[in-house]
Design a protein around this ligand. Structure first.
Ligand code: NAP
Length: 460
């Protein structure tokens, strides 16, 4: 059935799947339009905000203030939050199509990329994504244990996630105790014996993916010094050309900070944070757990801006007590929607989901599941705006969903025993978390179990 959607009598009904930044920016763009739009935002956890809550580091409170903007969006007429509903389990995408004219997938990238080296699965080898989720109190990871009893931590990758992981390992409990870090993580980190933290890049300092603010922070830690070898900061001609022609100053500023660290040398602080370059791990060794990492040294080849790491054959072995790979997130499929396994994204043309190159009417994507795990929170705004623009361009051609009464969906979920968490419900959980944090001087103490969040609703 094709009818005019987006009118008073026949609002455009949109199911947004995922409540992270891209979901909220998409909701904002949809609800700001002159058309009449209903946005129902589905989230598998009772808590909204995705990686802002479970990815942004606890000591980066300022970044999390973006939540205030999302709360304003959630107050808009036409917006509803349906938390604690897993699309693909509690309700399929096919079923959603009965209730919504548009399915907009904004559920991010929940998994991570592997290195594919021997020993990667030994105990003591972890992913940055699981460590981040653990210290942020994500319910799926609260039971994880990280063996912090060794002296040396090796983190592979030089993006901002690697920087977050390293900084959390470098900081003292004193520096973390007034953040919203999960208490289980704070307790475990307080017992940590790690003294040397290595952040290792396969390419050189001019190619490191971290941003200037994030690397500068390592110069301001209470009990940890950054250590950089001046020799490792020497640039090949192509890297010098990259810096000279760079449109943005990020890489230049990174190099300046690294040069400052190299010039300062290490003082007598208890912990050391080492930044190392041009090395790829080729094997993790150990008798039942991680003990050593074998690296192969690299050299850079290729044009400026396209330089790749090429193995030199020269190997070295480092002692290692705990190993993290931090080489990027990776999207996961949702049943009933095409998926590009290799890229970890839903195939799409500027947000219009495609199958074998053909657009599927009424199905869209935005955020990391659309473009891959790149960019900062704000990058998602333009990305979601693009997808929403296309939804409105397509509106006259969209087939209308048959079951338009919003109560029908809620009844169907209730019938399946799903306890849907609304935005007002979430605000109750939020208030409880904030008051739980007060005695310890924390902005909040997150509930790290879904059952505890739901209990908080019963208690009032
Ligand atoms: P990222 O920025 O893409 O960094 C990935 C890192 O992994 C790069 O250094 C990359 O090196 C390296 N890598 C990839 N494959 C590798 C391999 N096989 N062996 C060795 N190294 C490998 O990803 P991310 O750190 O996961 O961050 C994701 C996004 O979130 C980024 O846009 C980031 O800026 C953002 N974020 C921002 C903040 C913040 O603003 N504070 C915090 C966290 C995350 P190559 O360059 O050589 O590929």
């Amino acid at each position: 059935m094709v009818s005019v959607l987006g009118t008073q009598e026949n609002p455009l009904r949109v199911a947004v799947v995922g409540s992270g930044p891209s979901g909220f920016y998409a909701a904002d763009a949809l609800l700001r339009s002159e058309k009449n739009v209903i946005v129902d935002m589905f989230e598998r956890l009772p808590a909204p905000f995705g990686l802002v809550r479970y990815g942004v580091a606890p000591d980066h409170a300022k970044i999390k203030s973006v939540i205030k903007i999302y709360e304003k969006i959630a107050e808009r007429p036409g917006f509803s939050f349906l938390g604690n509903v897993t699309v693909g389990r509690d309700i399929s995408v096919q079923e959603l199509k009965n209730f919504y004219d548009v399915i907009l997938l904004t559920y991010g990238a929940a998994s991570d990329r592997k290195l594919g080296i021997p020993g990667e699965d030994l105990p003591g080898s972890y992913t940055a994504t699981e460590f981040v989720a653990w210290y942020n109190g994500h319910p799926d990871y609260r039971g994880r244990e990280f063996d912090l009893s060794g002296k040396v931590a090796v983190v592979i990758g030089q993006g901002n996630v690697a920087a977050d992981v390293c900084r959390i390992l470098c900081k003292t409990p004193e520096e973390l105790k007034n953040t919203d870090i999960a208490s289980h993580a704070l307790e475990a980190l307080a017992q940590s014996k790690i003294q040397e933290i290595y952040m290792v890049g396969r390419r050189g300092p001019a190619q490191a993916a971290f941003t200037p603010v994030e690397i500068r922070e390592f110069g301001e830690l209470a009990e940890c010094d950054p250590v950089v070898s001046p020799v490792e900061l020497e640039l090949n001609p192509a890297s010098r050309a990259e810096l000279e022609t760079a449109r943005e100053l990020t890489r230049k500023k990174n190099i300046e900070t690294l040069q400052k660290f190299a010039a300062a040398g290490a003082s007598s602080k208890r912990k050391k944070f080492f930044v190392r370059f041009l090395r790829s791990p080729v094997e993790i060794k150990g008798n039942g757990r991680v003990e050593k990492v074998v690296f192969e040294k690299n050299e850079l080849t290729g044009e400026p801006g396209k330089q790749k790491a090429r193995a030199t054959g020269q190997k070295e072995e480092w002692p290692c007590g705990i190993f993290f790979r931090s080489v990027g997130y990776h999207g996961v499929p949702v049943p009933g929607v095409p998926f590009d396994e290799r890229a970890g994204v839903i195939p799409n043309q500027e947000g219009r989901v495609t199958e074998s190159g053909r657009v599927i009417p009424g199905v869209y994507a935005a955020g990391w599941i659309k473009r891959g795990p790149t960019g900062v929170i704000g990058t998602n705004k333009a990305d979601s705006d693009e997808t929403v623009r296309h939804i409105f361009e397509d509106i006259s051609r969209l087939p209308a969903a048959p079951r338009r009464d919003p109560r029908l969906l809620l009844e169907s979920l209730k019938g399946k025993g799903v306890r849907v968490v609304s935005f007002p419900d979430w605000k109750k959980i939020d208030a409880r978390e904030i008051s739980r944090g007060q005695p310890a001087g924390k902005p909040r103490e997150k509930f790290a179990a879904v059952a505890d969040m739901l209990d908080a609703l019963v208690v009032g």
